[in-house]
Design a protein around this ligand. Sequence first.
Ligand code: PNS
Length: 165
Amino acid sequence: MGRRDARRAVCPGSFDPITNGHLDIIERASRLYDVVHVAVAVNKSKRGLFTVEERIEMIEEVSAPYGNVVVESHHGLLVDFCRERGIPAIVKGLRAVSDFDYELQMAQMNHGLSGVETLFVPTSPTWSFISSSLVKEVAAYGGDVSHLVPETVYSRLVGRLADQR
Ligand code: PNS
């Protein structure tokens, strides 16, 4: 796994929390690459529902079965994270055309900055309507999101929202 010649990719995001949509992309990337790094962005200006450590713990738990996923936090530019680890490719899920504008901008910026490539994977239609923020909103109003996130994430989500009431 620490092999220097391993083919690596990164799946970046906020993952607050990880959803079945994220996990589907991570699983598919894990079949295409030797090592998949999941980079959890630390955003100083946005306080999440979960701490970065909690997000990492949840991602590690649900991606453990794939056997080649490494989960880390990252500050700063994604291209620096890639450069430090010898990662040539970013893998991103595209849910709809509406994702494309911003994703294309980021892909072109990242390529221009460092030559790192971005590969887009079409999200499974089963999960194409999910986002972490929608999941949190629906759950906060008591809606059932148990089919949209992994089981361990669901119980933590329900617990965290109950603590906040
Ligand atoms: O899950 P999100 O919040 O849509 O993920 C966005 C993320 C974290 C992938 C993106 O904002 C990012 O790469 N941030 C790291 C900082 C960076 O490199 N910014 C320049 C992007 S061109």
